[in-house]
Design a protein around this ligand. Structure first.
Ligand code: NAI
Ligand code: MG
Length: 335
């Protein structure tokens, strides 16, 4: 039995979470859900986008599922606060083409590891006489641990290359340090190829030659931008999952936001949330159930009949989820 904190959030976050919990009913694993609040609706009711209780519940549970939130202007971002509060220092964002889903290239399969606690998202912004300034914090500690994570992750997942993405030619001190630490860490992993690229060049390569990449490690803002680009390569944000991982905690969420223009229509693609849950089950070392869930979703995508409009279908979020659940139940009958 696992305690899972569930934070649906706002907009389509609520819809993809509801659909995913519906699918999870068919898994042979006991999950005890503890609901918690964050985001815009939460702010309207409580005056804060992320109450202390939500952070505590996340800390105390075995893992957290997060839908998506609408950012409230002038207020703390709920998700960034959670990442920092639990020191979830790496954001794993796989980019993978899936059979049945239109992809710009064949067989794309790489992963972006985004530093998740500092960089330009340190929250150190202020108005000045001439305008405004944001501080870009690159610490030795955070750079070292994310680079080490990247090489360990590459080794464990049978990948062979890590590419550090930066802008050290212009950001000489901050990204210069990140690059230097990357190559220091690489010395301990002679079996893994280590290379680096400027972020602008990497953005070009991602849409011309994405299969060049295997494992990417980068700073916070670059990782945020490049992972949306990666999602665009393999069918869109509706298919892009992520895992926020620290030493003691894991939080799993789609890459997408609350998509206000889609919200309330029941048409959001639940795949990113379901795939994030697959990542959670792997984190909990429930590999068998994780595989079953992923294979069931893949079967639905491959058939392409009961899928949401972003995938060329006409089905609703809940119907697509029910089809995944039906596939899971078929698997259960065969076990
Ligand atoms: P978004 O990711 O919500 O939507 C961007 C585009 O992708 C929209 O055209 C949307 O329709 C489409 N899309 C996203 N998810 C989809 C899904 N599951 N199925 C089908 N289509 C999907 O980004 P946007 O519009 O820039 O931001 C909306 C709000 O979400 C803002 O308040 C933003 O700050 C917030 N946000 C929150 C995040 C989080 O909670 N982790 C992450 C990104 C944005
Ligand atoms: Mg983003």
């Amino acid at each position: 039995m696992y305690d899972i904190t569930v934070i649906p959030g706002d907009g389509i976050g609520l819809e993809v979470m509801d659909a995913t919990l519906h699918v999870l009913e068919a898994l042979d694993i006991e999950l005890n859900y503890i609901k918690a609040y964050a985001g815009n609706e939460c702010f309207k009711h409580t005056g804060t986008t992320i109450p202390k209780e939500t952070i505590e519940l996340s800390r105390e549970s075995d893992a957290t599922l997060f839908g998506a939130v609408t950012t409230v202007p002038g207020q703390n971002s709920a998700i960034i606060t959670l990442r920092k509060a639990m020191d979830l220092y790496v954001n794993i964002r796989p980019v993978k083409s899936r059979e049945g889903v239109k992809s710009l290239f064949k067989d794309i399969d790489f992963v972006i590891l985004r530093e998740n606690t500092e960089g330009l998202y340190s929250g150190l912004e202020e108005y000045t006489k001439v305008g405004a300034t944001a501080l870009r914090v690159i610490s030795k500690k955070s750079s070292h641990r994310i680079c080490k994570f990247a090489f360990e992750y590459t080794k464990k997942s049978n990948r062979h290359k890590v590419t550090a993405i930066h802008k050290a030619n212009i950001l000489k001190k901050t990204d210069g340090l990140f690059k230097e630490i990357f190559y220091d860490v690489a010395l301990h992993y002679p079996e893994i190829k280590a290379e680096d690229k400027y972020v602008d060049e990497a953005a070009r390569l991602l849409i011309t030659n994405p299969n060049e990449f295997d494992c990417i490690v980068t700073t916070n803002l670059f990782g945020d931008i490049l992972s949306d680009e990666g999602a665009g390569l393999v069918g869109g944000l509706g298919l892009a999952p992520s895992a926020n991982i620290g030493e003691n905690h894991g939080l799993f969420e789609p890459v997408h936001g609350s998509a206000p223009t889609l919200a309330g229509m029941g048409m959001a693609n639940p795949s990113a949330m379901i795939l994030s849950t697959v990542m959670m089950l792997n984190y909990l070392k429930e590999f068998k159930v994780a595989n079953k869930l992923e294979e069931s979703l893949e079967a639905v995508l491959r058939e392409g009949k009961i899928v949401t409009p972003d995938l060329g279908g006409k089905s609703k979020t809940r119907d697509m989820a029910s089809e995944v659940k039906r596939k899971l139940n078929e698997k259960n009958d065969w076990k």
